[in-house]
Design a protein around this ligand. Structure first.
Ligand SMILES: [Cu+2]
Length: 424
């Protein structure tokens, strides 16, 4: 408990003074606080005298009170609505060939490199438009070559509908957001050829998997980034089982934030201690910053805060519906493919049991019940939910802004919302 601030003074360690509450108690280290406190007291005396004189009824304000100009002593200063300036609409702006987000603060010290990182996806470099009904996370079938499962991933810029009327520009794998699902069995030898059709370098990291260092995909650390038009072959044996994912590890804040990730699910070779379920569903989360038709990488930065949110590349009501019958169980695999925000994912209809974390099953005694689980960037949780009663039960983020589409609620939700439809 050493991190808890002691409630009683410790010898030799003076307790911090509450500032501005008591003139007599002001610590000598805070002379300006003492002066301000005295000034505030004097000011409030002047103010009450002024109030008693009925001056509050006068429309003319502080100058009559004899106060210092520019000092607000708690007087009502609300400007009438009719006198408020009207808001100039903010729009994306141009900086050379870059499109910068509205609201972003740029100074003479902002480097071109950082602006490139935060600029809108270059629409002229988009090479494919997915059908508006296309879904991400599609299973990818490997070729079997001498006992090795061979997969091909191609990265590129695409147009992608997160809603029927909202088409973002995205960093995609095999023309999907999220990229295709790689489904393996513990012990598999895999070879994954990554072809880079992006206009910039990239690499792919196998998040959570124990692989040889040279196969780890950390751009500029364990390998040279794959140049535009180039390719790189990753090969390793999978020695774990559970919920993993892959994602860009070069300009990660931009590339992964704009869609370059996908699920990597490994089945155990023998029977697992994790209970079996009737259904299995994977949820990959993402934020989007889509303003005036331009798509910016979502970040916790001015101008880049997200206004759309997706589960498996779609915002509610375009998210999947899980169909179940009363008494059935579903294993929900939450993947923290979101790269800036934490999403407390909540499920209606009773608690679920958390059975695995970060690809590792929890021993029976370590499993626990919950109804809301924080899914932080990079984390994975497998939970088992039981359909106890018929009806439509929601899975949703419990940050209400994250269940809107551009701040608007549609059909009782938005963004990180999806439904489980339970029939009897
Ligand atoms: Cu959220």
């Amino acid at each position: 408990m050493s991190h808890v601030r002691p409630s009683t003074p410790t010898p030799g360690r003076p307790r911090a003074q509450p500032t501005g509450t008591s003139v007599a108690g002001v610590h000598p280290r805070y002379p300006s606080v003492a002066a301000l406190t005295l000034f505030a007291l004097a000011g409030s005396l002047v103010f009450s005298a002024w109030l008693n004189a009925g001056a509050a009824k006068s429309p003319a304000l502080p100058s009559q009170s004899g106060q210092m100009p520019g000092m607000n002593m708690g007087l009502p200063t609300r400007t009438p609505v009719s006198k408020l300036p009207s808001t100039p609409l903010q729009t994306p702006t141009r900086m050379g060939g870059l499109v910068m987000p509205p609201g972003m603060i740029m100074t003479s010290g902002t480097s071109l490199e950082s602006m490139r990182d935060m600029a809108a996806v270059y629409l002229s470099k988009v090479t494919y438009t997915a059908p508006s009904t296309a879904r991400g996370d599609q299973p990818l079938t490997p070729r079997l070559v001498n006992g090795v499962k061979v997969f091909t991933l191609e990265t590129s810029l695409i147009n992608w509908n997160i809603l029927p009327g909202v088409q973002v520009a995205a960093y995609a794998v095999n023309h999907q957001v999220p990229g295709p699902r790689i489904h393996l069995t513990e012990g598999d030898r895999v070879r994954i050829v990554v072809k880079n059709s992006l206009p910039e370098p990239t690499t792919i990291h196998w998040h959570g998997l124990s692989v040889p260092n040279s196969m780890d995909g950390a751009g500029s650390v364990t390998q040279k980034p794959i140049p535009p038009g180039g390719s790189f072959t990753y090969e390793f044996t999978v020695r774990q089982a559970g919920t993993f994912f892959y994602h860009s590890h070069t300009s990660v804040d931009r590339q992964q934030g704009l869609g370059l990730y996908g699920a990597l699910i490994v089945d155990p070779r023998s029977s697992s201690s994790v209970p079996r379920t009737d259904l299995d569903y994977t949820l990959q989360l993402q934020e989007w910053t889509f303003k005036s038709g331009y798509t910016f990488p979502s970040m916790i930065m001015e101008g880049l805060l997200p206004n759309y949110f997706t589960i498996n590349g779609k915002a509610y009501p375009s998210t999947d519906v899980v169909q179940m019958k009363v008494g059935q169980t579903v294993r929900l695999r939450f993947i923290g493919s979101n790269n800036n925000f934490i999403h407390p994912m909540h499920i209606h209809g009773g608690p679920f049991t958390v059975v695995a974390r970060d690809g590792a099953p929890l021993a029976a005694g370590a499993r626990f019940e919950a109804d809301t689980l924080n899914i932080g960037p990079g984390q994975r949780y497998d939970v088992i939910w039981t359909a106890r009663a018929k009806g439509v039960w929601l899975i949703h983020c419990h940050i209400p802004h994250h269940i809107t589409n551009d701040n608007v609620e549609v059909k009782g939700g938005g963004g990180l919302t999806m439904a489980i439809n339970v029939k009897s």
